[in-house]
Design a protein around this ligand. Sequence first.
Ligand code: HEM
Length: 460
Amino acid sequence: MTEPSIPTRRDPYVAGLRRVLPALLRDPLGTLVGLADASPGQVVRLNLGTIRPYLVVEPAHVQHVLRDNAANYTRAGDSMMWKSVKKLGGDGILAEGPQWEASRRRLQPHFTAKRIDAVVDGLSQAISDAVDELNVPARTGEPVDAASEISRIICQAVIGVFFGNKIPVTDGVRIVTEQDTVATALRFRLLTPFLPDAVPMPGDRALRRAVQNIDDILLPLVRAERAHDDGGDDIVASLGRGRDEHGHKLDEQRVRDDLVSIFVTATETTYTVLTWLFPLLEQLPDVAERLYAEIDRVVGPGDVINREQLGELRYTRMVLDELVRAYPSGWLVPRTAIADDVIGGTRVKAGGTIVLSPYVTQRLARFWDRPAVFDPERFAPDAPRRAHRYAYYPFGGGAHQCIGQYFFQVEAPLIVATLLSRFRYRLCTPGMPSPRLAASLRPRERVPLLLTPHRQPALA
Ligand code: HEM
């Protein structure tokens, strides 16, 4: 679809404070989708009182910001989220400018399809070992928390593949817990991006403590790797012997910043999105049945899934593609405009906050048929081509496109198929949880599961 032709430059449509704010507080995601549906082809300025971000959702406009004129849209500005992310991830792959560029260049080789394909067997084994730990609660009938279990499985996978098993999984799980504290503590700052850091806010102390706890786990590892090159090809080893643009050994802080950033993005994005799957499948027996049937056909009892089996999990992948459409963990991708610009005929001012949201764009009624319906068939191989590349961008686009996309596309079906080939589950609390908006889109309520063994040779 091409950009709508708008003859003159105009100011954005402004959604007024009194109308928008109460609705946003009541149902932020529904309100944003409603506003976007009601203003086709337009950039909407949200009047939230002290902040007035531009909501940019039209796929052609998203492309303008992320790709065509990306140089004008930075993560380094005052935009609510990135200032907060920086407190955890520092100045590396999640930042902007030369530091980001150098980090991206250093990390990219670890995320190529060739590199990930080469570690599939190890990844699958790590996932299988982690899933095995659920045998006990499945036998005793003890409920398990979906998010905690999925994040434990992911920690084991990520620590194995990217961290050369150099930290214990229990430490990885502690980092995820501290991350949650950071996400909660940052909510106050996210709501008040205009306040300088010098103004104390609730959550500041918890934030500092959580970052300190993460550093207490990772810094000894960073120091050991910088002092002694073990010749490994994991990310820790390669950053430990890394050189900066002047040929000097990377300093401790830069290694730390990238390790933390990779750990955080690799775990949080994936466990939040996969947690939605369990309540969803309970609502959608047809999808669940087809998914179970595929997994039972492809994966034998107790199998550690191999590459060939992974390739056959086609419906599983369609379900996951739809899952990141409907519940993209990176629901918010903000930028700050460096100079005045015109997006699709609408003026935006220098310094303005630009809010891109894969969640909103991926639910626009003019680009998606029945957008509120969860339908994996949208991603069937013979489904019609999408109207625009940026009608679906759960992994972003342009130079900052998600470095872990391919890893996710391999890891997620392995996790889902390993789990569901060995267990069936019931929700302790039926129904869909409501979303909780943090840096990622997560279920507000916990999702406790009652597991039962399914086709396990050891348990039969
Ligand atoms: C469902 C899973 C995931 C989703 C929805 C997701 C989403 C995104 C999005 C939207 C961006 C773009 C941010 C921007 O433009 O500012 C991004 C960037 C990034 N993602 Fe992911 N991601 C996922 C999984 C992962 C995984 C598994 C990893 C690591 C193993 C990862 C690492 C990163 C990193 C490091 C960046 C920053 C790249 C850069 O700025 O150069 N992500 N991700």
